[in-house]
Write a protein that binds this ligand. Structure first.
Ligand SMILES: Cc1cc2nc3c(=O)[nH]c(=O)nc-3n(C[C@H](O)[C@H](O)[C@H](O)COP(=O)(O)OP(=O)(O)OC[C@H]3O[C@@H](n4cnc5c(N)ncnc54)[C@H](O)[C@@H]3O)c2cc1C
Length: 560
């Protein structure tokens, strides 16, 4: 541990501030390369994908490192101080390495980075906070903490909610999670019903409609805390149940008519019906603006024709939010899309067919997956399926606005996915701590080896950084900002969950690869996080890097 942590924190802050200036210079240079007449050009952005991807990752590491040391209060635990400094030096060096390659790529003067690279106080901090002795000491402290790292400053109601959902996850979710995963079961009512009673489905629904979100603002922090706690018990069978009502409730608040809000929001909050989100199609996933499922106007409503895929929980759901092309003019792109609310009966199992009295059919088949089991993700086929006018989001005025309403839901969905990643990381870290304390190799507990402790330290530092960043971004979202930051924390936390679950599995040796140990589930579950709610590449390029470049050019959303 450094002699005086406050001095080290001040040093880290000042180095990261200098790094931020270099990062801003690289961002502006890249933005200029990607623009014509002061506007970002789609063609030029595509030509600079590799550099943009580097920029987005540098942004994620840098913001997480800055947040970690900025949010450290004088009364922070010695462990959290240690971990924030460890993450700051490791992430700071990663940012520096990325900037060096960007610098070369962009032809910027190399001297500007040299003073950062050769900074003697920073080198000393790297040794005192991230050297082998520091790693070993931090790992020992992480093991002793049982994974209680990156603690957020919470008021009493939030702390109580965290505590009660963690208890529920440990006592009710975790004991059922393994069977659901290994036998590919549907999430049972023994989980759904208590979660309904605990108000889980109403976290993003305003209080006036029966939810727990304040009427005048959001409470993203509560959603983050509950999601993380439940995801520690099971990503697929608990933490992810909140994602669907989160997206649909926000879309309804953004675009629903008063009648739709009054009708659907209380029902969503009560978890009756459960809901699902149908955006992705076999030919279009990341390219949402190109979606093709056709809606044709008929007397009193619309007929849907086409396919959706990966619609998670479509079987159990009684309400699907379907993005459909309601204007046949394909040149309209995203402006031809609308949201339709499809009602259907709830089905158990992996297949269903629903024939409407009006003659249409909706059939679904669950796609077998390596993980994320419990809700099942379905291929859906709509044949001449009737949706009444009352179920067009926003009514006649909402036609053509489906893309915007979907994106309104996605900010929350991405925050929520970052929280899911934190929950899986916490589960993996705690399993790794327990196993390395119990397991003896070469005559001594695994946890007594310096390398094991270094691994635990890095896992703990990553989890702590992601938790702190998620908390900070939740506060931004509550103020109505943070669209880019929600994508950024999603990016970082989901990749981090892959890294942490990988190390947790590795520390279990052969047992980690056995289905019977929970870490094998954490590993396969974590892998999906970087794919959905905006695939990693799409978010990095089209949201994070692009927004940063727009900010650097001082313009709002001006790409040509
Ligand atoms: C388990 C699971 C559950 C899901 N649940 C749902 C759900 O409930 N509802 C729903 O609508 N969808 C759901 N999805 C779908 C998910 O959102 C999509 O898989 C995701 O958006 C990516 O789309 P895609 O699979 O078509 O990949 P593609 O869009 O075909 O992308 C393939 C690869 O190309 C990359 N890529 C994309 N664009 C670019 C580019 N411009 N430049 C460089 N690389 C690029 C992507 O990042 C990806 O790595 C789920 C997916 C999974 C696996």
């Amino acid at each position: 541990m450094p002699q005086n942590p406050q001095d080290d924190i001040a040093l880290a802050r000042s180095f990261l501030a200098r790094l931020r200036s270099a990062f801003d210079a690289a961002t502006l240079a890249l933005a200029q390369r990607c623009s014509a007449e002061g506007r970002l050009s789609g063609r030029k952005l595509d030509a600079q994908q590799v550099a943009s991807f580097e920029l987005a990752w540098a942004a994620a590491d840098l913001l997480a490192a800055e947040t970690g040391v900025a949010t450290l209060r004088p009364d922070a635990s010695p462990l959290d101080t240690r971990l924030a400094l460890l993450f700051a030096v490791e992430a700071g060096n990663a940012v520096l390495a990325r900037l060096q390659s960007l610098w070369l790529e962009l032809g910027l003067p190399r001297e500007a980075l040299r003073s950062l690279r050769d900074d003697a106080p920073w080198e000393a901090l790297c040794l005192s906070a991230g050297g082998s002795q520091a790693l070993e000491a931090a790992g020992q402290a992480v093991a002793a903490s049982d994974g209680e790292v990156g603690q957020l400053a919470l008021d009493e109601p939030h702390a109580m909610a965290q505590e009660s959902f963690r208890r529920f996850a440990a006592e009710v979710v975790a004991p059922q999670a393994e069977a659901i995963h290994r036998e590919n079961l549907t999430v049972p009512e023994s989980l759904l019903q208590p979660l309904r009673e605990m108000g889980v489905f109403g976290l993003s629904v305003p209080e006036q409609y029966g939810g727990s979100a304040p009427d005048d603002r959001e409470d993203a922090l509560l959603m983050v805390l509950v999601t993380e706690a439940l995801s520690e018990g099971s990503l697929a069978a608990a933490g992810s149940l909140i994602t669907r009502p989160e997206i649909l409730a926000r879309a309804l608040v953004a675009g629903g008519t008063q009648a739709q809000q009054a009708h659907w929001l209380p029902r969503l909050a009560a978890g009756d019906p459960l809901c699902a989100i149908a955006i992705t199609e076999p030919d279009y996933g990341s390219d949402v603006a190109a979606l093709a499922l056709r809606g044709t106007r008929v007397a009193g409503g619309w007929r849907l024709e086409g396919a959706k895929t990966w619609c998670t929980f479509a079987g159990k759901a009684g309400l699907l939010m379907v993005v459909a092309r309601t204007d046949p003019d394909r040149t309209l792109g995203h402006k031809g899309l609308s949201l339709l609310l499809v009602e259907k009966p709830a089905f158990e199992g992996h297949d269903f067919v629903y024939r409407q009295p009006e003659g249409g059919t909706l059939s679904g088949r669950a796609i077998p997956t390596i993980g994320y089991r419990g809700m099942h993700s379905f291929d859906l086929a709509f044949e001449d399926f009737f949706v009444p006018d009352a179920n067009v989001m926003g009514g006649e005025a909402g036609l053509g606005k489906g893309f915007y309403y979907t994106m309104a839901g996605m900010v929350g969905g991405r925050m929520q996915t970052a929280a899911r990643a934190c929950g899986v990381m916490r589960a993996a870290l705690r399993a790794a701590i327990r196993y390395s304390q119990d397991r003896k190799v070469f005559g001594q507990p695994l946890v007594d080896f310096p390398l094991t402790r270094a691994k635990l330290a890095r896992m703990g530092a990553r989890l702590a950084a992601c938790r702190q960043l998620a908390g900070a971004v939740a506060a931004l979202v509550d103020r109505g900002d943070g669209r880019m930051e929600a994508s950024l924390v999603k990016l970082l936390a989901c990749r981090s969950a892959e890294m942490v679950t990988r190390e947790a599995l590795q520390l279990h040796g052969g047992m980690g690869y056995a289905e019977e140990s929970a870490v094998s589930r954490y590993f396969v579950d974590a892998r999906v996080l970087s794919i959905f709610e905006g695939a990693e590449e799409t978010l990095a390029l089209k949201v994070v890097a692009r927004s940063l470049m727009e900010r650097a050019l001082g313009v709002a959303s001006t790409s040509a």
